[in-house]
Design a protein around this ligand. Structure first.
Ligand code: CO8
Length: 260
């Protein structure tokens, strides 16, 4: 599939989505959200793809936020329409069956930090820069941005990040638990590939159901989330892959997971 604002490269079971507006530091405009929606919906249905990576084109940015030049002209109900478009993308990232890795180099700001947070795993290069600078523009990180940050790193630091708009570096993001892996700049590609290949070898059913359980925890109250987790676990147990995984252990061989 061809897109206007993003590129998709498939390498065996790993699909890499490249945010491709380097002249605007890969800022998110409406077309980007439309392209990401189409791309993620297609990936969700493609059983050949087992892991997704998202990264920014160029050396300077993952994504420097929503496109401020486009936003400047947005009025009235259009702002909510745009919010729903963005939220749909963030929801898709969490809910597609495949694990998604954000591979972060340079700026991950505003809606770009949120894009990374909607991914399952965040690998950052030292030198990456994070933050929610929206407050300086007279807005705040809508589209779930306050909520997700609050739930991922806790209320105290989320409030400081949203209300001060101050940017912070990758080691601080790692310390906050916002990024899960921190590597030297020249190790980002290799570490991203290592994690992608590792998960591409696991059962797609188990990966999907693990995401379902974690999503339930994020989105539901305790009792309901636990019920959702029991159901997800039962679906794993009903898969051929779990027989394969357990038999492979007993037979001292590598499992061959088929995704059914
Ligand atoms: N939108 C549009 N263009 C941008 C953006 C952006 N967010 N960021 C950078 N650019 C453009 C610049 O305008 C510039 O273009 P040009 O050469 O045509 O003037 C080019 O990218 C390079 O940027 P700079 O010259 O500014 O580079 P610097 O190294 O001087 O500065 C910074 C880099 C610090 C990243 C700076 O560009 C900056 O502050 N950018 C804006 C960051 C920001 O405020 N992000 C938050 C935006 S609001 C948001 O994300 C709301 C999210 C809500 C969810 C959206 C869902 C619908």
């Amino acid at each position: 599939m061809q897109f206007e604002t993003i590129l998709q490269e498939n390498n065996g079971p790993i699909a890499t989505i490249i945010m491709n507006r380097p002249d605007a530091l890969n800022a998110l405009n409406i077309q980007v959200f439309k392209d990401l929606t189409a791309c993620l919906l297609a990936i969700a249905k493609n059983r050949e793809i087992r892991v997704v990576v998202i990264k920014g084109a160029g050396e300077r940015a993952f994504v420097a936020g929503a496109d401020i030049k486009e936003m400047a002209d947005i009025k009235g109900a259009m702002s909510s329409e745009r919010s729903y478009l963005g939220m749909h993308v963030y929801d898709l990232l969490r809910h597609i069956p495949q694990p998604v890795i954000a591979s972060i180099n340079g700026y991950a700001l505003g809606g770009g930090m949120l894009l990374a947070m909607a991914c399952d795993i965040r690998v950052a290069a030292e030198g990456a820069t994070f933050g929610y600078p929206e407050i300086k523009l007279g807005i705040f990180p809508g589209t779930g941005g306050t909520i997700l940050l609050d739930r991922l790193i806790g209320s105290a630091n989320a409030r400081a990040i949203c209300l001060t708009g101050e940017l912070f570096d990758a080691p601080r993001a790692y310390q906050l638990g916002l990024v899960t892996h921190l590597v030297a700049k020249d190790a980002l590609v290799a570490e991203t590939a290592r994690l992608a290949e590792l998960m591409a070898g696991y059962s797609p059913v188990a990966l999907h159901e693990t995401k379902c359980a974690l999503n339930a925890s994020l989105e539901m109250a305790f009792e309901a989330a636990r019920e959702a987790e029991v159901a997800a676990h039962a679906r794993c147990f009903a898969s051929n892959d779990r027989f394969e995984g357990m038999n492979a252990f007993i037979e001292k061989r590598s499992p061959d997971f088929r995704g059914d």
